[in-house]
Design a protein around this ligand. Structure first.
Ligand code: PMP
Length: 305
């Protein structure tokens, strides 16, 4: 596994080996941390690294902090500046993944959110494809349910909640699937272990609403905009029933890690024609091109390092 070169840690950029916390750290014991995840894309021709929508990622990150009773003097702009400074120091010439993490840094015992000191770190490391079969993924429906807003808020990217995602992912992987889709307690499809979902049905692009216990994905938002503006599609946010995936035309997953991953099989049943469809294919191509800073119309989504 690749490890980061440097980290922003306790207010300055240090070699990664110096960014360490004690074993009694609250966040390590209780999952009381929140994180973000964005990608930096290396553009070989321009010899530049482009970060995808950092301001939007940091807006969500600070919202997650608020949910978990953490206050920082930072703004999305200041966090973006810090990230760019870190990336200039790292000088990667390849695709990377950037991880901001805010955590309850107090060392000691006692479950709560209040009266605990907090800290914030950012690091980056090389990153490639997350799902190998990203044009023909085979997914299952997980036997685990998605966390509910009233258990651990799903719209916050809260570290402790990812114990659930890890159970979902490992059970799917051990059973030979590329990913798993997760249901709400009521039985609606929500998302994958770390990616949002879209289905094409009757010519419309449909995705679950933000009130169905999903993470409010930046890639999701980007894909909705691309589908409307570049492809003239009607995009609808509504609950999706489990059985709809058996009869839809196309299905795909979106996320920083998964990018646009096309799903062609669910529990051994072919989706649509059983191969990547035209809409998923087009959205993939549009997305994978613009993230490298190659589309002037969407240059406001990328920040050059
Ligand atoms: N859902 C979950 C649970 C996730 O962890 C992620 C990854 N951040 C996503 C959806 C996709 O969000 P984004 O497009 O912002 O990466």
């Amino acid at each position: 596994m690749d490890i980061p070169k440097n980290a922003y840690f306790q207010g300055r950029i240090v070699p990664y080996s110096e960014a360490k916390v004690g074993v009694a750290t609250h966040a390590l014991n209780y999952g009381t941390a929140v994180f973000g995840g964005m990608r930096g894309y290396w553009n070989e021709e321009k010899e530049r690294l482009y970060v995808f929508r950092p301001l939007d990622h940091f807006r969500r990150f600070l919202n997650s902090c608020r949910i978990m009773w953490m206050e920082f003097d930072h703004t999305p702009e200041s966090l973006t500046d810090l990230t760019l400074e870190l990336l200039r120091r790292d000088a990667y010439r390849q695709d990377i993944y950037i991880r901001p993490l805010a955590y309850k840094a107090e060392e000691g015992i006692g479950v709560r959110l209040h009266d605990l000191k907090e800290d914030l770190t950012i690091f980056a490391l090389p990153s490639g494809q997350y799902i190998k079969n990203d044009t023909n993924a085979h997914v299952t429906i997980s036997s685990w349910r998605r966390i509910d807003d009233n258990m651990i808020p799903a719209r916050g990217k809260i570290s402790g909640a990812y114990a659930g995602s890890a159970l979902i992912k490992t059970d799917a992987a051990m059973a030979g699937f590329d990913e798993a889709l997760v249901l709400t307690q009521e039985g609606h499809l929500t998302e994958g272990s770390a990616m949002n979902i879209f289905m094409m049905r009757d010519g419309m692009l449909i995705t679950p609403p933000v009130t169905d216990n999903i993470l409010e994905g930046i890639t999701r938002r980007s894909v909705m905009e691309l589908a409307r503006n570049e492809m003239g599609l009607t995009v609808v946010e509504r609950p999706i029933d489990r059985s709809e995936i058996y009869i839809c035309e196309e299905f795909f997953l979106t996320g920083t890690a998964a990018q646009v991953t096309v799903v062609t099989k669910v529990d051994y049943r072919p989706i649509g024609t059983g191969v990547m469809g035209p809409i998923g294919g087009q959205i993939r191509a549009l997305f994978l091109n613009l993230v490298r800073g190659n589309n002037p119309k969407y240059s406001h989504w990328t920040v050059a390092v």
